[in-house]
Design a protein around this ligand. Structure first.
Ligand code: GMT
Length: 368
């Protein structure tokens, strides 16, 4: 197949997932064309050669207070579709990509598949300004997918979408995110617990709750560690809180890193304290690395994490519950190693590239 992909190319789960999917499609022999306003963040190194980039140029003109991005995108989509003979467009994040794809289809007749990610549904559900057009463009899609059942249900409820929504989970490269080697695990035995959190430091991630949980954990385990990976709007606030709570010896804020699989191998559990999530990639990366997950029971997280099996689900905004789960793991090595195995097994069962790619291909085949 010859596939055009549009996403938000900046750091964020939807762009990362779209880019990884495009790369996997290319590896599987499909021609993949990215139509975006800049090179996707997640498209790095040799992988760039597997796909073709088409940049959307938005006209800068003094008269335009708001540059017409949707029109520019739709024009590029139509031109690339005709020039490259695309079989379909796959747009990640409906706003405004589904509307642009619909406009392009008016000219080319080429089908488009819309995938709904996080804020697509949660923010739009709270702010109805764009709902009329956005919902129409999602409904007009040749197929709609969502990354969790929660997203599909919320889209139906909040956006009034009646069309069938195929739930296709996010995926992880299980050959890249591997459990720590036995020597490393043995070296950690008997040592205080190390937790890891990876995100783009948006307010919705509630990193402060994780830091507060460290106050409780360190009372019992003064040497416990928390590694915070990533960067974003909340970083300075988090840094200030760590200082204020005198946790600088326990909390390491390491910024953006390219060695996340290695960092995962230094940890005993992964923590997410989000207020809402659709299907966090970092949970899949943690589970693939054999880490039990301690996460809030919100959005699509309970579809990934089964309480007591591959991690613990805790109520939102209760740092003491995060601490309780971490201390329980810390005091029970048998439980820790059982959850490690279960976490990895969950990924192998449901979230590998192969399992998920075939589901997207089935949807593509149904529309062309
Ligand atoms: O979570 C973010 O900050 C970014 C956001 C996005 O739209 O790029 O991520 C959303 O989509 C990801 C890919 O499907 C999911 O892994 C995230 O759970 C989801 N974020 C939220 O729902 C808050």
């Amino acid at each position: 197949m010859n596939i055009g992909v549009t996403c938000y190319p900046t750091v964020g789960g939807s762009g990362i997932l779209a880019t990884r999917l495009g790369i996997e499609l290319a590896k599987a022999g499909h021609r993949t064309h990215f139509i975006t306003y800049e090179r996707p963040f997640a498209l790095q190194g040799a992988q760039s050669d597997l796909v073709t980039m088409h940049q959307v140029h938005v006209t800068e003109y003094p008269l335009f207070k708001y540059p017409p991005y949707t029109v520019a995108l739709a024009t590029e989509m139509a031109e690339v579709t005709q020039k490259e003979n695309l079989d379909l467009l796959h747009v990640h994040y409906s706003l405004p990509h589904a509307t642009a794809a619909q406009l392009a289809r008016n000219i080319t007749g080429t089908p488009y598949v819309t995938t709904l990610h996080g804020s697509d549904v949660t923010i739009l559900g709270e702010d109805p300004s764009y709902e009329l057009i956005n919902t129409m463009s999602v409904e007009a899609s040749d197929a709609v997918t969502a990354v969790s059942q929660f997203m599909a249900d919320t889209a139906k409820k909040n956006l009034g979408i009646n069309k069938e929504i195929h739930v296709i989970p996010n995926f992880v490269d299980h050959n890249k995110y591997l459990p720590a080697p036995c020597e490393l695990i043995r070296a950690r035995e008997g040592k205080a617990i190390t937790l890891i959190h990876v995100s783009n430091f948006r307010a919705v991630k509630r990193i402060e709750d994780i830091v507060y949980s460290m106050c409780v954990i360190t009372k019992e385990e003064p040497k416990a560690q928390l590694i915070l990976v990533g960067d974003g709007p909340e970083r300075h606030r988090v840094e200030r809180l760590v200082k204020k709570l005198e946790l600088t010896d326990n909390v390491l804020i390491v910024g953006y890193r390219n060695d996340i699989p290695g960092l995962m191998n230094c940890a005993d559990a992964l923590v997410m304290a989000s207020e809402t999530e659709s299907a966090p990639l970092t949970i899949l990366e943690g589970m693939s690395s054999g880490l039990p997950i301690i996460a809030t029971s919100v959005g699509g997280i309970p579809e990934q994490v089964q309480d007591g099996h591959n991690g613990f689900l805790v109520p939102f905004a209760h740092p003491e519950e995060i601490a309780k789960a971490a201390l329980r793991l810390n005091s029970d090595p048998e439980l820790q190693s059982r959850m490690c195995l279960n976490a990895r097994a969950t990924v192998l069962e449901k979230y590998t590239v192969e399992k998920v790619l075939s589901q997207y291909i089935k949807v593509y085949e149904s529309v062309i």
